[in-house]
Design a protein around this ligand. Structure first.
Ligand SMILES: Cc1cc2nc3c(=O)[nH]c(=O)nc-3n(C[C@H](O)[C@H](O)[C@H](O)COP(=O)(O)OP(=O)(O)OC[C@H]3O[C@@H](n4cnc5c(N)ncnc54)[C@H](O)[C@@H]3O)c2cc1C
Length: 320
């Protein structure tokens, strides 16, 4: 079983995640998207905008063009959760073929907690030191004893495929795991989430580092739209429509119109006398004097025109 390689990210006490190989990056997403949208984009900022558009609209297949291959070592109970992600290609260390090594996961004291009273699948609260010590001792005792028996059975010539069944699930295993960016982001979304078990979260976080490095725009878009984005159900939208005062929606729309104007001006600078008409063209309703006051405040942010227009449409739909 592998020791922690130099280029790996250590996870837990003896595990790791190592990016072995990757194919493509942000440019591969854009390249694939161009096939469906016709002529390509050229500027880096346009690539970013296109990736953000694809992510926002869940046009997912271009994200499948980027591939990652990892070498990972994790306790079997972590692998048990990990393997539920069915879209990956996996090749695992075989305990039928090779002998198990004496490598078991022992939790750090800080991660030994009580069963959560709020979340049936979680832990919480501080465990007294003597109980922590007992947990650690039990982990060691059962690991050592099971390994002794395993070794004895091996020496007696009992088949490895059977003898291994005596070993507990804190034994480390390792595998090569290959997946595409779309499904890897899905994995990270589920397994880096605070509801996921700590022991798998550290591996997910480690793989996320590779995504950030290989496809930074896709990572940023995923954070903005999938992780931090809010979706409203039909019922929730109904409540918003009923309870959000129109004047509040109008105020937000007004801010959005200013931002669209500022962004258009930023992308293609206009003459001084062209800016107010540009604002009016975006359905801005302020008088020219008020417009100048706000415009000169320097507080208007820029963004992405397409995204801002989509947001404006959503706000307008709440007024119906
Ligand atoms: C916090 C947490 C708690 C969990 N608790 C439990 C639990 O108590 N019990 C339990 O059994 N599991 C549990 N799971 C596992 C969970 O139900 C999923 O099996 C796991 O997260 C993989 O998700 P997935 O199927 O979306 O991913 P993948 O298998 O990677 O699939 C990705 C997507 O591809 C599609 N897909 C893949 N294969 C198929 C298929 N055969 N048919 C149709 N569509 C397919 C689906 O759209 C799927 O979302 C838990 C997961 C998390 C994150």
């Amino acid at each position: 079983m592998s020791k922690i390689p130099e280029d790996a990210i250590q996870c837990l006490d003896k595990g790791f995640v190592r990016l072995v190989d990757s194919m493509g990056g942000d440019e591969a997403i854009v390249q694939a998207a161009r096939v469906s949208y016709g002529k390509g984009t050229t500027k880096l900022s346009q690539d970013r905008g296109l990736i953000r558009y694809l992510m926002r609209h869940r046009h997912t297949t271009p994200f499948e063009m980027v591939e990652f291959k990892f070498h990972c070592k994790m306790p079997i109970f972590v692998a048990r959760q990990w393997v539920r992600h069915r879209t990956a290609n996996i090749n695992e260390y075989s305990l039928r073929y090779s002998e198990a090594r004496d490598e078991f996961y022992y939790p750090d004291p800080e991660h030994i907690q009580f069963q959560s009273a709020l979340n049936k699948q979680g832990r919480m609260g501080d465990v007294p030191d003597d109980l922590k010590k007992k947990v650690q001792d039990y982990f060691k005792e059962i690991s050592n004893r099971s390994f002794e028996i395993y070794s004895e059975l091996n020496t007696a010539g009992v088949s490895r495929e059977l003898a291994r069944a005596i070993l507990p699930v804190n034994l480390y295993t390792e595998w090569y795991w290959k997946n595409d960016l779309h499904n890897l982001l899905h994995f990270v979304g589920l397994r880096s989430d605070s509801h996921a078990q700590y022991e798998i979260r550290v591996f997910s976080d480690a793989m996320a580092e590779s995504v950030k490095a290989v496809a930074p725009f896709a990572w940023e878009a995923y954070q903005d739209y999938a992780v931090s984005g809010l979706r409203f159900s039909k019922i929730e939208q109904g409540l918003l429509e009923q309870n959000l005062p129109e004047r509040v929606i109008d105020d937000i729309i007004e801010d959005v119109v200013y931002q669209i104007t500022a962004t258009l001006h930023h992308n293609k600078p206009r003459q001084e006398n062209e800016i107010y008409p540009l604002y009016q063209k975006q359905n801005g309703t302020d008088s020219e004097a008020d417009f100048k006051l706000k415009w000169d405040s320097g507080e208007i942010k820029t963004g992405n025109v397409r995204e801002l227009r989509e947001f404006k449409e959503k706000l307008l739909s709440l007024k119906k």
